[in-house]
Design a protein around this ligand. Sequence first.
Ligand SMILES: *Cc1c(COP(=O)(O)O)cnc(C)c1O
Length: 427
Amino acid sequence: MNLDFDREHIWHPYTSMRDPLPVYPVKGASGTYIELETGVRLIDGMSSWWAAIHGYNHPVLNKAVERQLQNMSHVMFGGFTHAPALQLAERLVGMTPDSLQKVFFSDSGSVAVEVAIKMALQYHQAAGRPEKHRLLTVRSGYHGDTFAAMSVCDPVTGMHGLFSRVLPEQIFAEAPMCGFHEFCSDDCIEDVRQKFEKHHREIAAVILEPVVQGAGGMRFYSPDYLRKLRKLCELYGVLLIFDEIATGFARTGKMFALEHAGVVPDILCLGKALTGGYMTLAATLATDNVASVISGADPGVFMHGPTFMANPLACSVAVASIDLLSSMEWEHKIRNIEKRLAAGLQPCSKLCGVVDVRVLGAIGVVELERPVDMAAVQKLFVERGVWVRPFGKLVYLMPPYIVSDQELNTLTGAVCDVVAQTLFKNG
Ligand SMILES: *Cc1c(COP(=O)(O)O)cnc(C)c1O
């Protein structure tokens, strides 16, 4: 593989083109392992950013793609429909809360968020409340890299400074402070309540990640917070959007994180693990009410329609991935991963320079006082035969659900070693 060409011509995520961080050439991936060109095999601790829940090169998922490929890889969704889209929509409607009945397919998580935001704005517009055009969200959130999505990402770790001239200005409340196992006190919800009180006339929707804030800080918070938030939304005529692009499909120990709270949003965004990490696909689900209000006034249609909407290959593999998940004892599996992540990462919490160690479902996080040198730390992990990619002060694991106990031990052992080694060098 010509790495010079890569360095010279290809942009990698969030990377300088002058001085790019090193990248490791991958030859293949199978099960829990990613194999480098050099023949080195790495245990995957990242699920390729929350997506590859069943691991790589899975026979059942491969079969689904191969079978669909014999039929058609794609047809436009305007004027046509097809079995893969129908089957997937049936499953999504069946597995999410009853009131979410309408499914809009798109090509990536960020677009699913754009679609959700557009739905909320069109909803109020159609209902004769065009002044409701802003969004309320909480700090430390992450919702994607397109413009409307960026506008609701955390203003500090997101890209607000860079694009302040073009980003719509949204309303930010403090990030939820109540821990996962705690109740949400009136104090804890007070900042949000004030934002509602002050701005409700112009707020179309609240958007946030339920229970787990992912790329904005890997924070876990109380499900009770969401119950209080739902009440405020009702009181002030504001739609509730849950972004479950990271948390969906069992990652937090429930099929969807909203189940921790028993709260049903008006709009729900899904992506990432939707296709088991095989292909890019996302979905935005909405209630009958949202859909019917949008359809009830000029222009009478929802104004969105991506070229690759409901791509049949992606829908087929998504159906296979959901069926695979439903057929395994995922609750038991995730509980076991949770237990082993907690035990395996526990030694880190004693290290000076470690602020917090937290685990929920198949997510394990070690938060440090200071940011790590990503390239150096990545190299140490590769030397230990694992794939872990920290960002900032966070070193975290979210392995594929098929990970074995032995592999989990190797992953958590590597995190403890590397964190200790890095802190020792810093100190
Ligand atoms: C990754 C992510 C997105 C964006 O999804 P892309 O497919 O990368 O566009 C949005 N919201 C959350 C919570 C995410 O984790």
